[in-house]
Every structure is written in C-alpha cells, then in structure tokens.
Ligand binder design. Sequence first.
Ligand SMILES: CC(=O)N[C@H]1[C@@H](OP(=O)(O)O)O[C@H](CO)[C@@H](O)[C@@H]1O
Ligand SMILES: [Mg+2]
Length: 558
Amino acid sequence: MNEHQRSILLHSASRFSPPPGVKLSYGTAGFRADASLLESTVFRVGILAALRSIQTRSVTGLMITASHNQESDNGVKVADPSGGMLSQHWEPFADALTNAADPNTLLQLMDDFATKEKISLEGAYGGEVLLARDTRPSGVFLAEAAKQGITSIMGVSATDMGVMTTPQLHWMVRSRNNGMEASEHNYYDQLSSSFRCLMEYIPQGNRNNIVNDKLIVDGSDGVGGEKLEILKKMLSDLSIDVRNRGDGVLNEGVGADFVQKEKVVPRGFGPVDVGFRCASLDGDADRLVYFSIQSNSNKIVLVDGDKILSLFALFIKEQLNILTEEENGKVNKSYQARLGVVQTAYANGASTHYLKQLGLEVVFTPTGVKYLHEKASEYDIGIYFEANGHGTILFSESFLCWLEGKNNELSSTSKGSEQPKAALRLLAVSKLINQAVGDSLSGLLLVEAILKHMGWSMLIWNELYHDLPSKQLKVKVVDRTAVSTANAETVVVRPVGIQDAINAETAKYPQGRCFIRPSGTEDVIRVYAEASSQEAADSLANSVARLVDRFLGFNATE
Ligand SMILES: CC(=O)N[C@H]1[C@@H](OP(=O)(O)O)O[C@H](CO)[C@@H](O)[C@@H]1O
Ligand SMILES: [Mg+2]
C-alpha cells in the first residue's frame, strides 16, 4: 500500500485499540461479545468489508447486531456481494485482523492479505459498503467505528442505512449488485406486491373460509416490530397486531429464540390471545416461529422452522406438479426442476420423515445458515430451515428463466387454467421470499399466503406431522474444541470412545436419536436428544450430558 494509505490507516487504527486479553473469533454469526468490547473489532470489520468491496468490485454490507442475544451484547457481520454471508475463506483473515495487537501488526496483515488476494489498495476503484444496525443503543457508537474503518480505505465509501433488520441489509446488498433499486421502500414494495399477487391466485373455494383470522406478532422488542408496522400498512388482506415493538427490553422473555427454546408464552401475550395464530420474530428479524397459546396455562404449542419448511415444501411441490402435469394427455417433460430440502441434525426426526414421505430429496449440513444456504443453492429450488426458524427458499437463475418463458407461453395458450396460475405463484414466491438470507418478514407473508391458499387454520398446519419429543441441554467443558464431528455433526470422531457410549445410551430408547456438538456461538457442548416420550427424551439428554461431563468435564477421568 502507498504511504498516504498507510498514514491514514495508522492514524485511524491508533484510535481503536483492541481490549487487552480478549480474543474473538468470526463464528457462525460473525463476531459477538459484550458491546463494550467491540469498538476496535467493528472498526476492523469495516476495513475488511471495504477490502472485500474492492476485491469483488461490488457493494458489500456490514451489519451491527447480536440478534437474539441480550441487549448489552452486540456483534458485527459482513454481507458478501451476493447478499449471503461472508465468503468462508475470508473468516481466518477476519480473526487475524480483529486480534492484531497494534496498528503496525494490523497493517502488516493487510499488506500480506492484499498481496495474496490481489486486492489493490491504491484507491483506484470506488468501493461501497452499506452499513446498518439493529435497535441496540450501542449500535450508534459502533456504527461510527464501522464508518471510520470503511472510510480509512482510500476510494471506499460507507452508506449508512440506519436501523434495519439483518435481512433487509442483505437484500439491499444483493439488489444493488443486481443493478436494482434497493431502498427500504423498494423492499416493502417488492414484498407487498408479490404477496398481493399470491392472494390474487388463491383458489376460489378457499377465499373466505378462515374465521378468527388475526395474526398476533411478537416483535421481540427489536427492529422487526417497527418494520412490520410499516409493511402491514401496504397490505389489505392481512390483519396483524404487532406487540413488543420496542418499548420493553430487547429479547427479554420475548422473541423467536425464547419462544422456541422455553416453549412458554412471551411477555405481552396472555389468556385473551388463546385461539389466535401468533408468531415471534427474533431481535434482528431473521428468525420466525409460530405458536398458539394453550388455554389455562403459560405453555405454547410451537410451530417451528421445520414446520414452516414443511408448509413451504408442500406448496412448492404442489405448484411444480401442476406445472408439469399432463397436457393434452402427455406429460410435460420440458423441464425437470430439482427441488431439494436442506436441514440440520436439529430438525425434528418427524419432519424429516414427513418430507421424505412426500418424495422430497432431504439433505443435511452442519449447523449454521452459511452451510444450509450453500447447499440449497445447488438446486433449482432449494428450501432450507433451521429448527429455530431461520430459513428461506432459493431459486436458480436457470429455473426462473424457464419459469418466465413458461409463464409467457401459458398466458397465451392456457388462459384461465391452473397452469399459468402455478407459474405466476412460483414467480411471486421467488420475489416474496428473500433470496439473500432467511427473513422473518418475508417468511411470515409467505406462511400467511400459503395458509390462505390452502384454506388452513394453524391447527391444520400443525397436524401435518407430530413432533417427536425432544430435549436440548448445554454442558460446560474444559475445552469444547476437543470435540470434532462428522456426517453433518451426527457422529463424534474425537474424543475416541464417546460416540460408542452415546450409541449404547441411545439404543435404550424407542425412536431414540441423540448427538452432541461444540456450539459455534457459546463456550459449551450442546446435547440434543429425541425419543418417543418427553420423559425418555429428557432422560436420554441427561445421560448423554453426564457422558460429556465424564469425557470432557472439569473432573474428566477418561
Ligand atoms: C442449536 C441452535 O439453535 N444453534 C444456533 C446457534 O449456533 P450454535 O453453533 O449452536 O451456538 O446460533 C447460530 C447463529 O444464530 C444458529 O445458526 C444455530 O442454529
Ligand atoms: Mg437473528
């Protein structure tokens, strides 16, 4: 890098020193920590996002959020030009950059990386980074640090989008790089118009048969609630009551993570809401779960990411079947769309069984949306969801191109029949559902549209299959990196012996399934168990947690 660039960087980096003794790692969700520890990290991630913009000659994104974590935490992650997560081969550089002890080490790292990755630091290319944050108060000073980092790279500008949901920022990055308009208004416009299109093609018989049709949404006291308020004004076919819009403490007793893990009624909901369809977003609105409240109790019936996935898969398959149905007595063989479903080991076994029964191809990846997203993108239509409610549907360019053509052809030859409607519905889904990342707002609109299309209440939806009882536990160990896994995290390969012990324990339980893995976001080993009754699932999880403690705990004996 030239002297001018060097002096700019040395000057700005000297104002953001990393806190001593803190080592951070770019995990599945970027960097996360107590907000007070993050200023220098966010500054440096600003530099990284700028370098990525220069290298790819595209717009990149920087999001400041700690999602469902407590309000005092914060975090930072980068959106790649595709709108997806930062390319995995940049993660080690992110780690090295944030942990560099002083400005000179930082510059050396940048020099080495820029040479290796052929990134020009001469300011010739005008890069741009879109910057956004969630509603955490600490986001304000962290966004300043990010701007300083971005603009300390010559030729790169920071465009502050203000408070956004994580998926909105990813959507904007993707849209900008596709040469489309990418304002917040454009986002709402795309979602609401594609939703209206789906409503227009609802089968006649199902139009008015849902009673009590109000949806109540828990906004987790984060950014999602206020954004949904704006969106809902653009929709006439939906009655939505948004609660927890930001008056209470973010994520405290509210939100998708709380509802999914605790399975109890979130704050702001009560007995008067029994019988209504309810949904919960997480703090940065990239997760969505549905639930209903059981009468006379604070328990909920959870409709999780697996069931949202199943609803989407069923609908997409139905539309594809219509499109490829017999035409004039012969099967339409013009295009065999590859439809794939991607899950993780946390998917309830009953959901996997259901999806396979539908004849769908189901594949597994390790935990973390970057893995699911990557796998889903290999299909013409790839649907992925984590059980916790993060997921989306990806459409390949070639399939969309075929669909456009088919739509044009059908609109002249088969007017009024179901086939052109199926093509239009699929095109609308591809515009409604966020192609960059899982998005609770677009996911919610698609769930609502499909329920209306099917003429289903939430009760009917929930009956698609019955979840197997499951239990999740976390165990603190001396060193969680001592555990390594294979086969999409379903088998432990290290430490030797523990998998045999888990197998022996699991075999004692009818329909038993159990796995352990090191968390990518917390310093724990997670245990997941499933069995034919809740008692059995609890007992299996507890036994395996004891095994983890015996092999890896603070008093490990083996
Ligand atoms: C069991 C579970 O819910 N794990 C979550 C959690 O990852 P862990 O690696 O399990 O800590 O946070 C990730 C990021 O939000 C999310 O992708 C993942 O599903
Ligand atoms: Mg989130």
